[in-house]
Write a protein that binds this ligand. Structure first.
Ligand code: ADP
Ligand code: MG
Length: 408
């Protein structure tokens, strides 16, 4: 990799500022709503996947004898302290996973916190309180970044999922702390996603779906130039079908993107990139409807909406994966949260897993769908990132990656 990593640092006796993504879903009532028995209604980490993913770098730093200053955001607290977004439940779960104390600082900057970091011994860990309790974090404020930098001697970023944000703990801080190195998760993400953009084994097939085209048109535009074939399903397919002149009933369509979708299809055909679009769809009155049926895209009823790809499309998409050497996938094929409309997504996940290709899957919902299909183990790489995954594949420079120190 072109960037320095934690393994390149001599960490013994140093304080390292480790920016991680501990932005996990919480369950249970927020602190002020807790009843008379706080232990019964305590707020807890509902899914610790991101904590697990942060462990290898954290453990490496601990073992190397560094004092580790862990920093993360959680949710959107609007730039002021809010007990609902305290990292306290995260500290508790992390303590269990790591098997050593993870005290939570009262804040993330200031004299008291600075003194706390100086009192840490080798291998000890301190978790800073939510970075976004200060509006300066998201503003990439240099003074705030300087205050964060005073807490440590060197800097590592393992928060790939946040690397598309130029925030103080991600970008500005690296002006005051160097070297700025990549953690193991950051390195793995960059290597796996790099395999898609940088001389991938071909044929390279992209699968795109999900709800909104507007989120993903830039990605489709870029991938059309990059891949051998792109299979488009999910809600976004209907804007493309409209661009081809199909009526799509009450399916999700973004009228102001139809023209752009048409241009992308034109570009694909000029380049000889194959585009797979649904030939049939599972339609219903709404996602809550108990009645559904598959119809061809030429006979979509005006009063119904497409909520999954149909069986013919599934067969075509599955066939489209045959022989692929590399597959990249973002976006479910249908409203997979409802079992009635999950078949396209789940079966396609199984096809990706069985394909023998190196596969990379990203996006919160798509990764959840892969777990739901029970094939997570057979996927080449499951990205922990959503927005950063998309922006990286769009070919954009991520501020959090650009800020890391290049290998000499
Ligand atoms: P990811 O989180 O993997 O990036 P998205 O958030 O873009 O994926 O898309 C996932 C959402 O798209 C899901 O909530 C799913 O229900 C929705 N979706 C998929 N297909 C359709 C469809 N045909 N109509 C409406 N919503 C859809
Ligand atoms: Mg999503």
């Amino acid at each position: 990799m072109a960037k320095l990593s934690v393994e390149d640092l001599d960490l013994g006796g140093k304080r390292i500022f480790l920016r991680v993504d501990l932005n996990v879903p919480l369950a249970g009532p927020p602190p002020e709503a807790a009843g008379p028995q706080p232990e019964a209604g305590e707020r807890q980490v509902a899914d610790d996947t991101r904590l697990q993913a942060a462990l290898p770098t954290l453990q490496h730093c601990v073992k190397s004898g560094a004092a580790v200053i862990l920093a993360s955001h959680l949710g959107r607290p609007k730039g002021k302290p809010d007990p609902k977004y305290s990292l306290a439940p995260v500290a508790k779960r992390l303590e269990e996973l790591l098997g050593q104390p993870v005290p939570l600082a009262a804040d993330c900057v200031g004299d008291a916190v600075e003194a706390q970091t100086r009192s840490l011994g080798p291998g000890q860990v301190l978790l800073l309180e939510n970075l976004r309790f200060h509006p300066e974090e998201e503003a990439n404020d240099p003074v705030f970044a300087g205050a964060l930098a005073r807490l440590a001697d060197c800097y590592a970023n393992d928060a790939f999922a946040a690397a598309h944000r130029a925030h103080a703990s991600i970008e500005a801080i690296t002006r005051y702390l160097s070297p700025a190195v990549a953690g193991f998760l950051m390195r793995r993400e960059l290597e796996a996603l790099g395999r898609i953009l940088d001389r991938p084994e071909r044929p390279l097939v992209a699968i795109l779906g999900g709800a909104k085209v507007s989120d993903k048109l830039a990605l489709v535009e870029r991938l059309v130039q990059q891949v051998d074939a792109v299979l488009i399903g999910g809600g976004m397919a209907f804007t493309f079908l409209r661009a081809l002149g199909h009526g799509v009933g009450r399916s999700l369509v973004e009228p102001d993107r139809i023209e752009l979708a048409r241009r992308v299809l034109g570009e694909a055909s000029r380049r000889g990139t194959q585009v797979g679009l649904p030939v049939d769809a599972v339609v219903a009155e709404s996602p809550d409807d108990v009645e559904s049926r598959a119809v061809g895209v030429r006979e979509m009823p005006e009063d119904l909406m497409g909520l999954d790809i149909g069986p013919l499309t599934l067969a075509r998409f599955t066939a489209g994966l045959r022989g692929a050497k590399t597959i990249v996938w973002n976006g479910p094929m249908g409203v997979f949260e409802r079992s009635r409309f999950a078949r396209g997504t789940v079966e396609l996940a199984r096809a990706v897993a069985a394909s023998g290709a190196f596969s990379v899957v990203g996006g919160g919902d798509t990764v959840a769908a892969v777990h739901q299909a029970g094939v997570a183990e057979k996927i080449g790489y499951l990205s922990t990132a959503g927005g950063a995954f998309l922006e990286f594949l769009e070919g954009r420079v991520l501020p959090g990656v650009a800020a890391l120190t290049d290998r000499p």
